[in-house]
Ligand binder design. Structure first.
Ligand SMILES: [Zn+2]
Length: 68
């Protein structure tokens, strides 16, 4: 087992150390994948439709109210 581990580190380390910088690919309202054609940009975030933006807004409002 130890011999196998010694061979592998070069292959295993980069994947673990790689920075995970994901672009926003899903709508924050309905969590569906965003497509280039249909997306609604608001306040630095992307949604697929205006309706989803409203939906996400309501969700964030409720979350804030729950914290109080
Ligand atoms: Zn959506």
């Amino acid at each position: 087992m130890a011999a196998e581990a010694a061979k592998a580190p070069a292959a295993a380390a980069p994947a673990a150390a790689a920075p995970v910088v994901e672009k926003q690919t899903n709508c924050l309202g309905c969590n569906k994948p965003l497509k280039k054609i249909r997306r609604y940009y608001r306040n630095g975030k992307f949604y697929c439709t205006k309706r989803c933006w409203y939906k996400a807004q309501d969700a964030s409002k409720e979350a804030k109210e729950e914290k109080k």
